[in-house]
Design a protein around this ligand. Structure first.
Ligand SMILES: Nc1nc2c(ncn2[C@@H]2O[C@H](COP(=O)(O)OP(=O)(O)O)[C@@H](O)[C@H]2O)c(=O)[nH]1
Ligand SMILES: [Mg+2]
Length: 329
């Protein structure tokens, strides 16, 4: 199962610098020849794979990437400086296509792999180029050319790092919607009823991580009840689990154990995956009752427990602190 993050950007190489008209002026050289230098080439736009990035979130906010222009030629046949290349960091695994035609420009797979997506324009020619027997003092030079401009489609297959699990009605979808900065698309998938809810959550350092909530975890899932087996197979690919429990449920401890039993039954080490217990809907109980349930849970498990209200956006800082801490390499 794949999630696809897509962004559209426009890239443009720098304009070439103009060539110039100039003549040599030196002491003791009476009739100096043409000496106008060429313009420098415009900078290129280069995409570079960066293993620190996981998503295309940044491209939802910044879409235009222009490299620097080349500099004008100088006197004494001095070629102008080239415009600086613009290096744009993208996550490893980004696929780059020409937007209008869908033609593949390239794939950025390995860290630091680069792909030139727009060349800068050539610099213009200075008048030194136009010296001929007929014309010993040409006044001609040419302008720098425009850089290439392309609309590109970036596509990235995402892996959810954080899985949100819990029984139906625990508040998983609500949590994703309040945490999300963006929603990636979900690739074609035969089991539409199992389409997970996805969100990209921005890290304090800027980039995002992907949360997936896949409905369908119920008692017997590991034996294939409901959509359980597909659910568990997917969750297996996440690094962390956020396990939500409705604090107002009849018996939150039983709810915890039902889910843990499924994780154990599925095997593959799921039960040992870093997992945070999140008691949701805290505002429905007073402090005393909240405390009682936290204590009951701690008797049943030694996992860390946080109290939140997804609907009222309370306690989310504690939850995310844990996530960022656990995701640190
Ligand atoms: N009181 C309260 N209700 C909540 C909270 N979070 C979610 N809900 C409600 O609980 C129900 C189930 O939430 P949902 O996100 O669909 O649960 P899911 O089945 O785990 O995805 C919905 O009616 C939500 O509005 C919360 O923090 N407080
Ligand atoms: Mg849901």
């Amino acid at each position: 199962m794949q999630f696809i993050d897509q962004s559209r950007i426009t890239v443009k190489g720098g304009c070439g610098g103009d060539g110039i008209v100039a003549f040599r002026r030196e002491k003791y050289v009476p009739a100096g020849g043409p000496a106008g230098g060429d313009g420098g080439n415009g900078g290129r736009v280069v995409l570079e794979a960066d293993s620190n990035l996981q998503t295309l979130l940044d491209f939802k906010f910044k879409r235009l990437f222009f490299a620097a222009d080349g500099f004008r030629g100088g006197p004494n046949r001095c070629t102008g400086g080239s415009g600086k290349d613009l290096i744009v960091k993208v996550p490893c695994g980004t696929e780059v296509r020409h937007m209008e035609t869908g033609v593949l420009f390239g794939d950025l797979i390995e860290p630091r792999q680069q792909l030139v997506v727009a060349f800068g324009g050539r610099g213009g020619l200075g008048n030194a180029h136009f010296l001929s027997n007929r014309n010993r003092a040409p006044e001609k030079c040419t302008e720098g050319r425009e850089g290439e401009e392309w609309n590109l489609q970036l596509e990235l297959k995402l892996l959810a790092e954080v899985g949100i699990i819990g029984l139906p009605n625990a508040g998983k979808s609500t949590l994703i919607s309040v945490l999300s900065a963006a929603r990636p698309k979900i690739a074609e998938y035969p089991f539409t009823t199992l389409v997970p809810n996805l969100g990209v959550v921005r890290r304090p350092s800027g980039d995002g991580t992907v949360f997936a909530d896949i409905p369908g975890l119920i008692a017997g899932a590991a034996q294939g009840a409901g959509l359980g087996h597909d659910f568990l197979r997917h969750i297996q690919r996440t690094k962390l689990l956020v396990h939500m429990i409705d604090i107002s449920a009849e018996d939150p401890v039983t709810d915890l154990l039902v889910v843990e039993r499924e994780l154990i039954a599925y095997g593959h080490g799921l039960i040992d995956r870093p997992r945070l217990l999140v008691l949701n809907k805290l505002e429905l109980l007073d402090g005393e009752h909240q405390q009682k349930i936290v204590e009951d849970l701690q008797k049943a498990t030694d996992r860390k427990v946080v109290l939140i209200s997804a609907a009222m956006s309370r306690g989310l800082g504690d939850l995310m602190d844990w996530v960022w801490e656990e995701l640190k390499d």
